[in-house]
Design a protein around this ligand. Structure first.
Ligand code: PRX
Length: 659
């Protein structure tokens, strides 16, 4: 493979507001650089210092990093801790230990349901709920190491379920509530789960998602599950199987509020989370306890600059890694207040998120580019209805954010006052890896900027050698880090092959992204390398062409794919969603020409789309990622093979194939 060409030119730069420095954890670039030097001087000592500072250990580790058998790394071996104790017990305050801060009456979770119902759960209440459910799990025969599937809406009980599993040493495996019975069955079966925790349903866009029905269907195929716990959320009629299914409320009503936490070794599993690759069945990414907790807490503190009195809101569902690390484990480990919202951003109206920001005076807001693009398309009048001056920091995650969407977020949501932390990471990395620090890093729209201290990144060619500055290549991590995945559940070979085999003995971690580094060492992620288009021997990242398209005032969203071409190898085909979809066809012809010229002007003729198709929507996963694999099939007139079960709207393929 030749190097990738990077064509995105972005010159804007925004310096951090000096008032942010006053109480920030990392107040300026000098403080950031000092941490980088500390981590590079003695990598293990650095992580040991962070581990000691951030996490309460029952017993200190014997060894910081065991790298005797790469890539099967072990962190904090011999150390013992419990994740739920770190997220709850240590915040309650004890008279015998004056260093404990006494947050027992502080809100741990502020919850808003889609219909507008609310709950605030203090740390003491969280302790009581988690302890009760922990006892229920033990009574049901759940032991350390057993797998529990959680298939729930975004309700407080989902957080209780995660933490109760952690308390008794069970390994949770959360399946996003939007996945089908089929996808659920695969994940239950692969993990050989003994118990499922679910709800009668959840609210989504004013309708009920029938979660329990999906569990019933899935369990027709899975024989490992012995019992099901059901939370009553929507009160719709469901079928309860006698002897297998139990109501959550009945079980916890009887349970004791003291549940002894299981003493876990740092390397004992905390959770499995399935993530789909472009091929093959989903991979069960395994995270363990000690290293994951250290980096979840560290990154929440550094990247979001979480302060004691902040209201912090990460909009991710707990079914994704972002929901694990930045709704639950990170903020709660730090004793923060985490807001949870059940519904979609646009129900019952397009200002729902901004209404919640105003209502709870949210200080830190973290969401995905797909939501930002969708909301910007609905117009500035929605955010402008609400007072959002409580906001201090904005964040984004999940895919490259194109500079136009970044600017909208910065201007309209943050009033040109809030830094945007564009956080690059993956399910596999467990925590944020590359990101600005809000009070320190000058930011550039579209760049995730600099690696966090301790993270050793590089952009390399096929042989693992660094590419020239400014050139695109493959993004690798050259050294293990505490919150890295430990294996693919039940498939060590797949772990090695997928992530560590590409560069032979170098043992670099590679998880499929292309990137370039600019003269100031800033990283620009160009998207998955499978999404690269090869035009006449030049490898172009689709993201950059999409960015150019979206910078045209008529375009709301764009997805670009390669289509086989006898001459050029591949040619460029763009699916475009317009801001104003009422334009007539004649106008479209003119617009096609205009957009092609626009891309030529922005990037150059090599990136000019050969074909453009206008559409109302794009095929996306339920987490908002564009499924380019399906668009490639459509563009080249092929049948789509492979898994489409993660598609948000299954009718979209027919629409796209039509006229
Ligand atoms: O391609 C990168 C993209 O999302 C992938 C990871 O997806 P997932 O495991 O579902 O985790 C999403 C939440 C961490 C990456 O390999 N990605 C994630 N964040 C960014 C990003 N691409 C560019 N910029 C980001 N900030």
């Amino acid at each position: 493979m030749t190097e990738m060409i990077s064509v995105l030119q972005e010159e804007r730069i925004f310096k951090p507001d000096p008032t942010l420095s006053q109480r920030a954890h990392i107040p300026d670039m000098a403080a950031y650089k000092a941490l980088v030097v500390q981590a590079e001087t003695d990598h293990e000592a650095y992580w040991a210092w962070e581990a000691e500072r951030l996490i309460s250990w029952e017993k200190k580790w014997d060894r910081v990093l065991n790298d005797d058998n790469p890539p099967f790394y072990k962190w904090f071996e011999g150390g013992r801790l419990n994740a739920s104790v770190n997220c709850i017990d240590r915040h309650l305050g004890r008279r015998s230990d004056s260093s404990r801060s006494g947050r027992k009456n502080k809100a741990a979770i502020i919850w808003e349901g889609e219909p507008g119902d609310m709950r605030t759960i203090t740390y003491q209440e969280l302790a009581n709920e988690v302890n009760k459910l922990g006892n229920v799990l033990r009574q049901m025969g759940i032991k350390k190491g057993d797998r529990v599937v959680i298939y729930m809406p975004m309700i407080p009980e989902a957080a209780f379920a995660m933490l109760a599993c952690a308390r008794v040493g069970a390994v949770h495996n959360i399946v996003f509530g939007g996945f089908s019975a089929e996808a659920l069955a695969d994940r239950i079966d692969d993990a050989k789960a003994k118990l499922v925790i679910t709800a009668d349903g959840g609210w989504r866009r004013g309708a009920i998602v029938p979660l329990k029905d999906a569990v019933d269907q899935a369990l027709l195929k899975c024989d490992s599950v012995e019992k099901v716990i059901v939370v009553e959320r929507t009160k719709q009629r469901i079928h309860m199987h006698y002897g297998r299914d139990y109501w959550y409320d009945d079980l916890v009503a009887e349970a004791n509020i003291r549940c002894e936490p299981e003493s876990m070794e740092a390397e004992d599993p905390l959770f499995i989370l399935y993530t789909s690759g472009s091929t093959g069945k989903p991979k069960g990414v395994l995270h363990t306890t000690g290293g994951y907790m250290v980096n979840a807490a560290r990154t929440t503190q550094y990247v979001f600059d979480l302060q004691e009195d902040d209201t912090y809101w990460c909009t991710a569902d707990i079914g994704w890694i972002t929901g694990h690390t930045y709704v639950i484990y990170g903020p709660l480990a730090l004793g923060g207040t985490s807001l949870m919202y059940e519904g979609v951003p646009t129900a019952p109206h397009a200002g729902r998120l901004w209404e919640i920001v105003e209502k709870y005076r949210v200080n830190i807001f973290y969401t995905a580019p797909t939501a930002i693009r969708a909301l910007s398309k609905l117009g500035d009048q929605w955010p402008q209805k609400y007072n959002m001056d409580s906001l201090r920091i904005l964040g984004t995650v999940g895919e490259p954010i194109n500079p136009e969407a970044w600017m909208w977020y910065y201007r309209v949501i943050g009033s040109e006052r809030c830094p945007i932390v564009d956080t690059y990471w993956q399910t596999e990395t467990g925590s944020i890896c590359i990101s600005p620090l809000p009070a320190a890093t000058p930011i550039k729209p579209g760049s995730c900027t600099l690696p966090l201290p301790g993270m050793k990144y590089a952009v390399v060619d096929n042989d693992g050698n660094p590419v020239k500055e400014g050139n695109g290549g493959m993004l690798v991590i050259q050294r293990p880090w505490p919150s890295m995945l430990r294996t693919v559940w039940g498939d060590d070979d797949r772990y090695v092959e997928t992530y560590f085999a590409k560069f032979g003995d170098k043992q670099f971690y590679f998880a499929g992204d292309g990137a370039r580094m600019d003269a100031e060492g800033y990283y620009w992620v160009m998207g998955r390398v499978d999404d690269v288009i090869n035009v006449a021997g030049h490898r172009l990242g689709t993201m950059e062409i999409e960015s150019a398209l979206v910078s045209h005032p008529s375009v709301a969203e764009a997805a670009v794919v390669g289509r086989p071409d006898d001459v050029k190898g591949e040619n460029i085909f763009a699916f475009v969603v317009l801001q104003d979809i009422s334009d007539d066809d004649f106008h479209h012809d003119a617009l096609v020409r205009e957009l092609r010229d626009h891309v030529t002007k922005e990037i150059g003729p090599i990136a000019k789309p050969d074909g453009i198709k206008f559409t109302d929507n794009l095929p996306k996963t339920r987490s908002g990622k564009i499924m380019r694999r399906l668009l490639r099939d459509i563009a080249s007139g092929r049948e789509s093979k492979g898994d489409t079960s993660t598609l948000e709207d299954s009718t979209i393929l027919e629409q796209l194939r039509g006229s």
